[in-house]
Design a protein around this ligand. Sequence first.
Ligand SMILES: [Zn+2]
Length: 462
Amino acid sequence: MRLSFHGADRTVTGSCHLVEAAGRRVLIDCGLIQGSGELHEENAAEFGFDPRTIDTVVVTHAHLDHCGRLPLLVKRGFRGEIAATAATRDLTRLVLLDAAHLQEEEARRRQSYARRRGRSEDGEPLYTLLDVFDTLDRFGRPLRYGKPLDLVPGIRATAFDAGHILGSASVLIEAEEAGGRRRVLFSGDIGNAGRPLLASPQVPDAADIVVMESTYGDRLHRPFDASVEEFYVAVADAFARGGNVIIPTFALERAQELLFVLRQGIEQSRLPPSMMVFLDSPMAIAATEIFRRHPECYSPAVAELFAHGRDPFGFSGLRFTRETGQSMAINRVSGGAIIMAGSGMCTGGRVRHHLRHNIWREEASVIFVGFAERGTLARRIIDGAREVELFGEPVAVRARIHTINGFSAHADQRELLNWRGRVGGVETTFLVHGEEAALTALAGALPGDHIEMPRLHETFPF
Ligand SMILES: [Zn+2]
């Protein structure tokens, strides 16, 4: 039996791990490599294995850095089954359709850039919409939390709720070969315990090998409750000044968590019951519809809301603005509304229009609740820029800028240690999905474990 590492090794994106046992090959995740620039060449490189020889892929969750190269895998000959929870399958559909669209646009941009410089460039996208449709056809039997699924003869998988995003799973692979039986636990991305929307991360009692993420292996988060409190105060403050609140929002999970937190704020009389909230992102709206279809994926309190026919993501002042015309009409609202729009880092999308209409107003507020990469507009605003460029024109920054850090969907060091500590019988822990500093810090904090920090394409017998 062998375990090989083909992505997210000493870095945080591009998750891809291969298990070989009983003459079969099972891939865990096939994610896109992401970063500040375009990473076409890195993503278009060889996988490190022949996609035609893979029997099954298990997808831990629908984030692009875990599922974003699936269409390329299919384009290069993978013909097996893709296994995932039902919610992951639905969200992956949305995420991959959007990704194909972006890949096609990016390819056109590359081509015209090369043409202007008199160079030739084939301009082929990593994959197209057609490849995504072929990929969606390969989703087979759903994984259910706690129910083993025979993937291929000799290898079975059991999903455990990872509490990271809707449908996210840690996956226990049990393999049998020549009378021997081994268990490998892949963490996927691990969420936080005690959050209101999703269940706390679950683990199996025991595993021989653990492959775990280390994104925040060197950091502790601000407590969630304190962050929610800070959020309510920032919103109330903007309303008191007569301004709007702009929230640059990631479409998947963060948008839905904020809707739930806003709903709670109204119920607890922390926020005005009639306040207008616009979810101005077609992608976030589509994701919210998927969230409503999966009542099996939540914390007990939210499951109870569903059981009573209540909508955890609805309240009277909430408006979904799918059409461009509806989005533009929001410009007429100069105060008293919350406007949630993408992109989360303000690199594109409708949020830039709302910033143009509000960021110069002293009474407005902009609240950042997610990660902002260096070089993005969000980063410049957070770092205190007095003026930003929007649609080719300089705009003064006079609005109040808030950065609220406790909304992360990733476990911090304490939660990672807690998660690992609940799995018994572990011989070796492989740390993946983290920058060098995070891996080293987490390795140091796991004193009893035999630890490996694999490099790209490294293979280990197990
Ligand atoms: Zn993730």
